[in-house]
Design a protein around this ligand. Structure first.
Ligand code: B12
Length: 372
């Protein structure tokens, strides 16, 4: 971790709940003011590299959500990793490095104009820290790559060939190999050694501006079809373990990983209800009351979805009839920020499907006294 870590932690710790909530309440005003401030500049197009203004506005919306989450979760690693990702990705998409100090100053001024002085001071300290360390963030963003998974001894075709077929939209080729997967073990290996590294590579290419958002969407939708076909060919009807509900967190649209976890558990005897992306917390809780599962698995990838996930978990814990449910979390954001799962109040976190299955079976064994 960077040597500014301690300073970031101490400044995040100082942000009171009141200050965080005032920032949240006034978020739309802050975003509007920052958008207006930048839009009036003569050098706007140089700053954002001739990108559509909407791209900058999207960044401001994500920024506000990320800051609010950081004020509440107070994770130094999440804070630093996300800033570095933002610098790297927006630079790759044509934004100039100079955009960041300009934007951060606009946030400072919006916070100063709209929040009470008691709260704004605490939040402006964080913006000052970001401004003071601009050069460091530039340097770090140039030296760090997004995580990619290199898979050795792959029994399948090379992930590179699969990637090429995905990006070309070659459904037939992508499905042909999946049709040969005839056992649970092969299925699990395929998820971890083919689907996951390929999708991480897709993300890395999108981040570098090499492929478009449409190509990323195409790849995701083919993967969803491939996974459905693998599932249909390998479904296990023997259910000898507990019930599990698996879902992506509210506002979380990354659901391929959650679905892999659902299919993995189901193929190993768990009775699984898989809910997909963006499940609203109150509806999730209603469903849990009806289904009464042994465990619930929740997935998150985005930094701005951590507080909503934390609140969902806390709502589940508040329900007397759900108090024994085990809560497992996972997803890219937890894999990159190793202590984050504790901050959201989960019982455990798992890095991948193998680890998720091991944890779920361990809990089941403890409670049920069965050999699994
Ligand atoms: C496909 C994709 C999308 C698709 C998702 C489609 C779908 N049906 O899921 C769409 C287009 C919706 C999307 C949207 C966005 N995306 Co996107 N996306 C991706 C991409 C390329 C692949 C995700 C994936 O499928 N990975 C493969 C799975 C198998 O891996 P996994 O999720 O990590 O899952 C494994 C483990 O984490 C774990 N696990 C996962 N869930 C769970 C749950 C439990 C309970 C457990 C125990 C374990 C577990 O087990 C899984 C198997 O090993 C990633 C790149 C990447 N590196 O992941 C970017 C990525 C996650 N996206 C990113 C971004 C920025 C976005 C957007 C903000 C883009 C935008 N401008 O709109 C939005 C945000 C939407 C939102 N609110 O959620 C960034 C996030 C970076 C960051 N730090 O903030 C990434 C990393 C791309 C990049 N390199 O920059 N995206």
């Amino acid at each position: 971790m960077l040597n500014i870590g301690a300073e970031i932690t101490s400044n995040l710790e100082k942000i009171t709940l009141k200050a965080a909530e005032e920032y949240n309440k006034k978020m739309n005003t802050l975003i509007k003011e920052v958008n207006e401030n930048l839009s009036q500049r003569d050098d706007l197009m140089q700053l954002i590299g001739n990108n559509p203004i909407k791209k900058m506005k999207d960044n401001h919306e994500n920024h506000a959500g990320f800051m609010y989450n950081s004020f509440k979760v107070k994770s130094e690693e999440l804070f630093i990793n996300t800033i570095i990702w933002v610098y790297r990705t927006y630079k790759n998409h044509g934004f100039s490095y100079q955009y960041f100090p300009v934007e951060l100053k606009a946030w400072k001024s919006a916070v100063n104009n709209n929040l009470s002085s008691e709260n704004s001071e605490l939040i402006i300290n964080i913006y000052n820290l970001m401004l003071d360390n601009h050069k460091l963030f530039v340097k770090e963003s140039e030296s760090r790559e997004d995580n990619e998974f290199e898979v050795s001894n792959n029994q399948f075709n090379s992930p590179d060939e699969f990637l090429k077929a995905l990006l070309e939209g070659n459904h037939d080729q992508c499905l042909s190999e999946a049709e040969n997967i005839k056992s649970k073990d092969e299925m699990l290996l395929y998820f971890e050694n083919m689907i996951k590294p390929t999708m991480y590579k897709v993300g890395s290419l999108w981040e570098k501006g090499v492929i478009s958002t449409a190509q990323e969407h195409l790849a995701s939708s083919i993967v969803a079809r491939v996974n459905s076909s693998i599932y249909a060919n390998n479904i296990s009807l023997k259910k000898n373990k507990g019930k599990a509900v698996i879902s992506a967190a509210v506002n979380e649209f990354h659901e391929i990983g959650a679905r892999i976890i659902a299919d993995t558990l189901e193929s190993s005897g768990w009775e699984v209800d898989y809910l997909g992306a963006d499940t609203p917390p109150d509806d999730l809780i209603e469903l849990l009351k009806i289904k009464k599962p042994f465990m619930v698995g929740l997935s998150a990838a985005m930094p701005f979805n951590i507080v909503p996930l934390k609140e969902t978990i806390s709502k589940i814990r508040d329900e007397e009839e759900l108090k024994n449910i085990k809560i497992l979390v996972g997803g890219k954001i937890f894999n990159e920020n190793l202590k984050l799962w504790e901050k959201v109040g989960a019982d455990a976190c798992a890095f991948d499907s193998k680890e998720a299955l091991r944890q779920a079976n361990k809990w089941w064994e403890e409670v049920d006294g069965k050999n699994v």
